[in-house]
Design a protein around this ligand. Structure first.
Ligand code: GDP
Length: 296
């Protein structure tokens, strides 16, 4: 399970404070040293950890916390609030164009879960009574188009494809046109990923962006890759201006670093998390619920 190590350690440290009738500044400082180590070991970005600890410490040693009737609980509340804030505070929802179709571009490195997530998101939208269309724009990974077609059939969502001989820009443009003709209100464009961020990939994505003017550009990143996921997000965001991140494989035993750092490092909100291989394993991301889950 994701965050297991982090969760256990935070609960152990904070549990010691919980029942205390009196908490001193020294107690808070000692606890924060342990929280700091736990976060670093969970692969949370170094600067993010520092800022987090500074904020918590500053708030927690305040008079209203330490002099309250339940100081231990108040400190835990501060940690919870700051953890929520770190992950973006409020839930960040998808936005839709006033004049349909809304175009959503899915980007990411190969293997991150882009194609799968495109399918999951289409199903999610369908359940909200929207009419999505999937567009197969990943022309380089041999099985990607077929994979998307199979997913489309499974969830009963139309898939637009022009095979792998056309340019991704043309596929995207034609896909949006087709969606309009067929009365689909949301177009999800699957794009090609590479093993690493490279210029050719970014150029191509930038061209697609320019030609179809997406409302959302969602980066799909694998939570298991920790700080690499954060670096990838930063590079994509700088080049393309992402509107959101989808963190996949949160059902695995990720230490949590990516989930806790991506927003703070890039400024880009996590909108969804992937929690399995099945089409219904996608959840909107709620920073407050995630914080509570981590703190137990
Ligand atoms: P793409 O290359 O980015 O399009 O990646 P795919 O969509 O083909 O996904 C790569 C692998 O990751 C596949 O085996 C997916 O089933 C798997 N996958 C995607 N999302 C998740 C997730 O949230 N949890 C788990 N456990 N596996 C996932």
């Amino acid at each position: 399970m994701a965050f297991e190590g982090l969760s256990e350690r935070l609960q152990a440290v904070l549990g010691k404070l919980r029942g205390k009738g009196k908490v001193t500044e020294a107690d808070v400082k000692a606890a924060m040293r342990e929280v700091r180590l736990a976060l670093l070991e969970a692969d949370v970005n170094f600067k993010v950890v520092k800022e987090f600890i500074d904020r918590v410490r500053e708030r927690a040693v305040g008079q209203e916390v330490l002099k309250s009737l339940t100081p231990g609980q108040q400190v835990i509340k501060v940690v919870n609030e700051e953890l929520t804030r770190l992950m973006g505070g409020e839930q960040s929802k998808l936005t839709f164009s006033p004049s349909p179709p809304t175009v959503i571009m899915m980007v990411g490195l190969q293997g991150a879960g882009k194609t799968t997530t495109a399918g999951k998101l289409a199903l999610h939208l369908k359940k909200q009574n929207r009419r999505p269309m999937l567009v197969a724009g990943d022309v380089y990974r041999p099985a990607a188009i077929r994979q998307l077609e199979v997913l489309g059939q499974q969830i009963d969502v139309p898939v637009f494809s022009l095979g792998d001989k056309e340019s991704p820009v043309r596929i995207a443009e034609e896909g949006v046109k087709r969606a309009r003709e067929e009365g689909c209100d949301t177009v999800l464009i699957d794009t090609a990923g590479r093993l690493h961020v490279d210029d050719a990939m970014m150029e191509e994505l930038a061209s697609i962006k320019e030609s179809v003017n997406p409302r959302e550009i969602l980066l799909v990143v694998d939570a298991m890759t920790g700080q690499d996921a954060v670096n990838v997000a930063e590079q994509f965001h700088n080049r393309l201006g992402l509107t959101g991140v989808v963190l996949t494989k949160l059902d695995g035993d990720t230490r949590g670093g990516a989930a806790l750092s991506v927003r703070a490092v890039t400024g880009c909100p996590i909108k969804f998390v992937g929690t399995g291989e099945k089409m219904n394993a996608l959840e909107p991301f709620h920073p407050d619920r995630m914080a509570s889950r981590i703190l137990g």
